[in-house]
Ligand binder design. Structure first.
Ligand code: NAG
Ligand code: NAG
Ligand code: NAG
Ligand code: NAG
Ligand code: NAG
Ligand code: NAG
Length: 876
């Protein structure tokens, strides 16, 4: 019997929702602790038993990244490595490419201005860039600060240094003066993805056709490329890049990269933490998973001392639009800006407009069939107001009346892309602003003819259109990820504008773009750190963090509909939006940036902080509690999973007592304040409420400082972590970093596994059994065992234990090999999954949660002498 026919029974049960599969099989990070037996490790490398992908010989990280996938018995090889004294082994995990939203890309209208621009030292022009005005960067720039002489390393997709606003060259004397490509790898860190070039422009763009600059145009940049043109990256690449940037002498390192975590102990995060401890500030994005609710802090921003940056919305919406012409009753040619939708075959269209209706307040414009008495829409552009029914519905009704082209006008400020590709008759769809649309309606209503003359979106220049965002501008972005970490550190620490940010983009894919994400907020803060370093003459990461955090301004909660009158919880905003000028010139410095009062079981009964008055005059401070909305982690008392954004909020707050409540600190002196919290007692602890706010200090010098605090009512240890553990069928060839969710497999499926010891014969398309570990909260440790149906253990799965897992579903596959390097005999098995509770004690049985999968059978293919594969049961 040929092996192919044996595969028929193993079908994929189904793929429904998606999740990230993080661990890369057979690849590991090795770290040598002091006194490790490195000789034993290298002799394995020399003998070819272990393939070393990277050698880490850094001051702050010694070890390697290894690949065992060409090994005939990778799990056996792994066990041998784990047995070497002083060797620590971590799995390589995938970090997805940043999921920030590219809102628009395009080149500026005035092409001449894209010529190489001279670097500007003083930047005399007034800085009116909205994100700079929101954060007081404009005030520092007006003082002539540019971050001159500071080196910022950008760990990202590289930088398109050929961009005229990014210096046009790479190397000494260039704006992008150092760095390398870890992804390919090569010496050339030029960006093809776009993300890194956008980040670089936010830090250091030179004056350009769009009249903006980066926050710190006087710095030099290092480009540490860790992404290709599309893919994600791996944590071993990130460890490599951060350590190289540190040894290359970067003053500040920034990375708008991360994946769900909530633990500070992950290897990449630990590597970043060590760099911070050596005096190099590192800014990391908090993540764009706000919709996932609380306890979703990202790696490496969860690690100690790392400056985790959340996002607030820009006060200005910026769009790059296409410019085209129109005429009213054959009069002068006028221009208008529009945004293409899908489909976009607009090139050469020159048709008159026909309106669905003349009422510019009609909520339902175009939602009813076009009257049969009206002229057919063929050879016209249907003009329809946005609102009530869907764009697709409106396009379908227009198509029924003969339309091939539809122009929407907005009913709110701004302009958005529209997709009506479901309506086959439509060749082109687009949107204009309410203003433009209403002007056209007025002309049509008075009997004029409006004729469009459309440019081809594939072949045009674009113009910049800005409009005020008075709904969410200045509030936390809905996408910004929520903390705290599972160990209850405050995350994020601060926030900065990250939505609708205009910046540079690779020349070949647009030159400029507007993007939204915490990725855009993070480099702004890195640029501000350079300005602060210049203003205060220090790069001390702890001091810079405290300066930014304590001068930041808490903002009100906004679910997206408009501002509420409650402050947004600390787990969403940390200390709030940064104020760069206040941070640079504050005379008052505190010794803490955040305070965590922990949970009920580990409650910090009281704590202290110290006020330093670095000014020349005595300052009297009034100290008071500024509470934020209390946020419930869970939607109900019996919920297992945290609820999605927006969480239920409560106006029941903690009270804080201060001793003393008012203090006069002499010039050059200091004072210690004791803080004692009284947690609210009427909240349902089963829903895990997180109460928070700020200790506010009003100084007699008119200064206001804030110190974020948070506490949890309830027990982290009591939270269920293992929501489910079930059997899955892992189909052959599912890429390890691919989003995929597996459904529960039925009982008693028989799996045919690869021949023993030939697991690396990846050409054989076999489905494997595996456990899916569904974690409703994070855990430091998951153990997976192979057991017989009556509960006898054959030992751990080779990838067990899984360490520091976020709350998400982690799937594993199993090819029959055991952690001791042997193989399970053919027969029937289950997976037993055990997860340690948060703050649990490994030695305490009660702190473990357990799940068992249904039973499944295994048998192995046999490799015959003639090289053919067959089932043992098929006989010779
Ligand atoms: C599998 O491992 C064996 C033994 O180490 C090796 O000879 C063979 O080339 C490997 N096969 C693949 C496809 O990597
Ligand atoms: C840039 O600024 C100059 C001078 O203030 C002005 O003439 C020009 O229109 C501005 N360009 C854009 C795209 O805003
Ligand atoms: C718009 O009008 C200008 C002249 O006013 C002309 O150069 C340009 O080609 C026109 N564009 C389109 C798309 O018709
Ligand atoms: C927001 O801006 C729009 C358009 O400019 C305006 O109609 C509206 O009144 C503004 N709302 C507030 C609350 O200021
Ligand atoms: C909260 O308490 C736990 C258990 O003692 C501890 O591990 C954790 O570090 C504490 N968290 C903070 C932020 O102090
Ligand atoms: C503290 O100062 C701010 C800003 O000056 C002011 O709005 C607030 O009312 C003051 N609060 C107290 C309690 O003095």
């Amino acid at each position: 019997m040929a092996w192919r026919s044996a595969l028929l029974f193993a079908t994929l049960v189904g793929a429904a929702v998606t999740t990230q599969r993080h661990v890369v099989p057979n690849r590991y990070i090795i770290e040598f602790e002091d006194g490790a037996d490195t000789a034993a490790f290298y002799s394995k490398v020399d003998r070819g038993e272990v393939h070393q992908r990277k050698k880490f010989d850094y001051q702050l990280f010694k070890g390697a990244s290894i690949d065992l996938s060409s090994h005939s018995e990778p799990d056996h090889a792994l066990k041998d490595i784990k047995d070497i004294p002083g060797v620590k082994v971590w799995p390589v995990t995938k970090i997805p490419a940043p999921n920030d939203k590219v809102v628009w890309t395009g080149i500026p209208n005035d092409l001449e201005q894209t010529e190489l621009l001279k670097r500007q030292e003083g930047d005399p022009q007034q800085d009116v860039f909205s994100t700079h005005v929101q954060t007081q960067i404009d005030l520092l720039r007006a003082k002539g600060l540019t971050g001159k002489g500071i080196k910022i390393a950008v760990v990202d997709s590289g930088i398109d240094y050929t961009h005229p606003a990014l210096g046009g060259c790479f190397g000494a004397d260039c704006l992008v003066s150092f760095g390398t490509d870890f992804y390919t790898p090569s010496d050339d860190p030029k960006d093809c993805l776009g993300h890194g070039t956008h980040v670089a422009g936010t830090i250091a763009a030179q004056q350009n056709a769009f009249n903006f600059t980066g926050a710190a145009p006087g710095v030099t940049l290092g480009a540490y490329k860790v992404f290709g043109c599309a893919d994600g990256t791996d944590n071993d690449i990130l460890i490599d890049a951060f350590n190289r940037a540190y040894e290359d002498g970067a003053d500040i390192i920034t990375a708008s990269i991360g994946g769900p975590s909530g633990w500070s102990e992950e290897p990449w995060g630990v590597a970043v933490q060590r760099i911070v401890e050596k005096g190099v500030p590192c800014t990391l994005a908090a993540g764009n998973e706000g919709f996932s609710g609380m306890f979703y802090a990202a790696t490496a921003s969860s690690s100690k001392g790392v400056l985790s940056v959340g996002s607030v919305d820009n006060t200005v919406d910026t769009e790059l639009l296409i410019e085209s012409n129109y005429t009213v009753s054959g009069g002068d040619v006028a221009q208008f800006g529009w945004m293409e939708g899908v489909p976009n075959f607009w090139g050469g269209v020159s048709y008159p407009l026909q309106a669905a209706g003349f009422d510019i307040t009609n909520e339902e414009d175009g939602c009813a069939p076009w009257p049969s008495s009206a002229p057919r829409l063929r050879g016209k552009v249907a003009l329809i107001r946005r609102g009530t029914c869907t764009f697709v519905n409106k396009a379908r009704l227009a198509a029924q009346a003969g339309a091939e082209y539809v122009m929407f006008y907005n009913n709110v400020p701004g302009i958005i892309p529209v997709d009506v590709s479901e309506v086959p008759a439509i060749k082109g769809v687009a949107m204009v602003t309410a203003e433009v649309g209403e002007a056209w309606i007025a002309a049509l209503k008075s009997g004029e003819e409006v004729v469009m003359s459309m440019a081809d979106p594939l072949d045009v220049e674009r113009v910049l259109l800005t409009s005020g965002n008075n709904i969410t501008g200045g509030s936390l972005s809905q996408y910004t990820s929520w903390g705290p970490t599972f160990e209850l550190d405050v995350r994020p620490v601060i926030a900065a504008p990250g939505s609708m940010v205009l910046s540079t983009y690779p020349v070949e894919i647009g030159t400029y773009s507007v993007m939204s994400g915490t990725s855009m907020a993070t480099p702004l803060v890195a640029g501000v750190l350079a300005l602060l370093a210049e203003a205060r003459g220090t790069l001390d990461p702890g001091l810079l963090e405290r300066l930014l955090a304590n001068t930041a301004k808490p903002v009100l909660f906004n679910s997206g509909e408009g501002s509420s009158n409650l402050y947004a919880p600390v787990p969403q905003q940390g200390n709030g939006i940064i104020r760069a000028y206040d941070a640079a010139f504050t005379k008052t410095v505190l010794d803490k940036s955040t305070i965590s009062f922990n949970d009920t079981e580990n409650r910090l009964k009281s704590t202290t902080f110290t006020i330093f008055n670095q000014g020349d005059e005595d300052i009297t401070y009034d100290i008071f509690n500024l509470p934020a909305a209390t946020a419930f982690t869970k939607g109900s008392a019996d919920a297992i999973y945290p609820s999605e954004f927006p969480n239920d909020l409560s106006e029941v707050y903690a009270e804080l007592a201060f001793d003393p409540q008012q203090v006069t600190v002499p010039a050059g002196g200091e004072a210690e304040i004791t803080v004692t919290p009284s947690p609210p007692d009427s909240l349902d602890e089963a829903r895990l409420p997180v109460w928070s706010g700020w200790i506010a200090l009003n100084g007699s010098d008119d200064s206001t400082l804030h110190l974020a605090y948070q506490g949890v009512s309830g027990s982290m240890r009591a939270q269920r972590v293992l929501a489910d553990g079930y059997l899955i069928i892992v189909p052959p060839g599912v890429p390890v970093d691919f989003s995929f969710v597996f459904e529960h497999a039925p009982e008693n499926i028989n799996f045919v596994l690869p021949p023993k010891g030939l697991a690396n014969q990846t050409m054989i398309p076999l489905s494997l059994p595996g456990p899916a570990i569904d974690l409703s909260m994070g855990t430091t440790t998951v153990n997976v065992e192979i057991i017989t149906p009556d509960g006898k253990s054959l030992g751990p799965h080779p990838e067990s234990p899984l360490k520091f897992r976020p709350r998400q579903i982690s799937p594993l596959a199993w090819d029959g090999e055991l952690a001791d390097g042997g193989f399970a005999p053919e027969g029937s098995y289950k997976f037993r999954i055990r997860a340690l509770k948060i703050f649990g004690d490994e030695e305490n049985e009660e702190d473990w949660e357990e799940a068992e999968t249904v039973a499944f059978g295994i048998e192995y293919l046999v490799l015959g002498n003639d090289g053919t594969l067959r089932l043992p049961s098929a006989g010779p």
